[in-house]
Design a protein around this ligand. Structure first.
Ligand SMILES: [Zn+2]
Length: 266
């Protein structure tokens, strides 16, 4: 879910590892501003005219024709994407916003799917890197590990009117405050490789995957974060495997989410 600066290097690893099938979900086309970090884009791929999911599917087929690549040019909030999550064995989230992360976290809990979230971040000047979060079997997720910015999530879920009202109250557009920083290919590549490694050890049983990891490029370090998940998490425990009761499809009835273009991929 999300095939951009993080999703495209991950796709390369999945193809090389030889997974059976990869369903690619992203509604954007390649842009001149992200060509420099899209693994698999060629210098002469036309802009406009190159859906990211098609470029990633081409990459998979070129690397390993035994892997089935299914490109879906859709937003996360679409019947197609929800179905893809439902049918998947593993789900990877490669977003640059906490709003879609929140929705995908809930979907994976409701459909009882292992979920690996990739994030690159620049929390302060000169500080850069990313995080890899592995949510397995209802034993900790992005919500109960406190890894989502509630304000970002609320804003993502809000209607345009609610956003405008909020901007009016605060005086400056809140979106500007939460803008993501620049993103570069090698840093994304480290995050994608770490996520691919945790997937590999989990599916092969080499070892238990690490739940939370942080890469700090500015310190040349990878840290394991040992935060304890909340024991009574409403996602890990409450709605785990209960898609109907959780009514996850309510998101599909929110037209403002269906039509919302995501911010540029990291
Ligand atoms: Zn949880």
């Amino acid at each position: 879910m999300g095939v951009g600066g993080l999703g495209s290097p991950l796709v390369l690893h999945l193809a090389l590892l030889g997974v059976g099938s990869v369903t690619l979900v992203d509604d954007e086309e390649l842009d001149e501003t992200n060509r420099n970090r899209f693994v698999g884009a060629r210098h002469d791929d036309p802009v406009p005219g190159s859906p990211k999911v098609e470029l990633a599917a081409r990459l998979i087929r070129e690397v390993n024709p035994d892997v089935s690549a299914v490109p879906l040019m859709h937003n996360l909030v679409s019947a197609e994407a929800f179905k893809a999550v439902q049918e998947a064995d593993w789900v990877f989230g490669c977003f640059d916003e906490d709003g879609p992360r929140f929705i995908l976290n809930e979907l994976c809990a409701a459909y009882a799917k292992p979920y690996i979230d990739l994030a690159s971040d620049i929390p302060a000047d000169g500080v850069y890197g990313g995080q890899i979060r592995v949510a397995l079997n209802g034993n900790g997720c992005l919500i109960c590990l406190g890894k989502l910015d509630e304000q970002d999530v609320r804003r993502y879920l809000a209607t345009e009117e609610e956003r405008a009202h909020e901007d009016e109250m605060y005086g400056i557009p809140r979106g500007v405050l939460g803008e993501t920083g620049p993103s570069v290919s090698p840093v994304n590549g480290v995050v994608a490789a770490l996520a691919g490694t945790e997937f590999m050890v989990a599916v092969t049983g080499m070892r238990a995957p690490t739940m939370l990891m942080e890469y700090r490029g500015d310190e040349s370090k990878v840290r394991v974060i040992s935060d304890e998940p909340q024991a009574d998490c409403p996602y890990c425990k409450g709605i785990w495997g209960k898609a109907k009761e959780a009514d996850v499809e309510r998101y599909l009835n929110m037209p403002h989410l269906r039509s919302r273009a995501r911010a540029l991929n990291p």
